[in-house]
Design a protein around this ligand. Structure first.
Ligand code: 1GP
Length: 247
């Protein structure tokens, strides 16, 4: 069976994903304006999900995005009911920085049957929460603690264990709205493992995106910043254009 989205994550370098949280989304004009600008900016992926999203909010947002956008639509689930075959793929996240069995395997069991009947690519992803200077929703909801941002050997061994368990992607997240984003050194400490690295949480400037890409991030995720300033996507467009010139 072909895995086009896994291949795309393996091949992409300097990618950008926009994160849409259905709980904060109007499913109308504001969302459509964001999608239009994301497409103009040549954003690589739209991620959808959140820690406290209801089933209805999730389904409505997925359908609204699907009706207006051709950007690959990837679910970034906060719980087992955030699944839909209107999406292209799902990051099947296991919260390997934590020790809560529900987020290591429980939600996965609840979603497994329905998911296996859907025409959607499942991407096994080691999800690693890094201390971001604020208590994140994901830490609160999962009742887990993030790994301190300077505990490089723990970060590396956690990522390595994920790889040995068969995870295909690694996601380092400082949590939505983090004060301190994931550092370049965190990425460098796992970049030789040979898995695509997704990085998110508290990223607000093009210079930060550039630094994270240079450190080895395959995809940088932007959420909150776009809720405050949708025109940041114009800066993303300029950054992407510059990358195209350099290639
Ligand atoms: C959070 O990685 C995402 O899970 C994005 O974070 O909303 O802070 O950009 P922000």
């Amino acid at each position: 069976m072909t895995k086009p989205y896994l291949e795309s994550f393996r091949e992409i370098s300097k990618g950008i994903a926009v994160l849409i949280d259905p709980e904060k989304c109007d499913n109308g004009e504001k969302l459509f304006a964001l999608l239009e600008k994301a497409s103009f900016a040549k954003v690589d992926y739209v991620f959808v999900g959140g820690s406290t999203v209801s089933r209805n909010e999730f389904q409505q947002t997925i359908s609204a995005i699907r009706s207006r956008s051709n950007i690959p639509l990837i679910i970034f689930p906060g719980s087992f009911h955030q699944i839909s075959d209107e999406a292209d793929a799902i990051l099947f996240l296991s919260l390997i920085s934590g020790r809560n069995p529900d987020y290591l395997i429980g939600h996965h069991i609840s979603a497994a049957h329905e998911l296996s009947e859907m025409n959607i690519e499942v991407l096994p992803t080691g999800y690693i929460l890094i201390e971001g200077g604020t208590k994140s929703s994901v830490a609160y909801v999962s009742q887990t603690s993030p790994i301190p941002g300077d505990s490089f050997s723990i970060i590396r061994n956690t990522a390595l264990a994920g790889k040995l368990l068969g995870m295909q992607l690694l996601y380092l997240d400082a949590g939505s709205g983090a004060k301190d984003r994931v550092s370049e050194k965190c990425i460098q400490t796992i970049s030789d493992l040979g898995l695509p690295i997704i990085v998110g949480g508290g990223i607000r400037q093009i210079e930060e995106i550039d630094a994270l890409h240079k450190a080895g991030a395959s995809v940088v995720v932007i959420g909150n910043k776009l809720e405050e300033d949708i025109d940041f996507l114009l800066d993303v467009r300029a950054y992407k254009a510059l990358l195209d010139v350099k290639v």
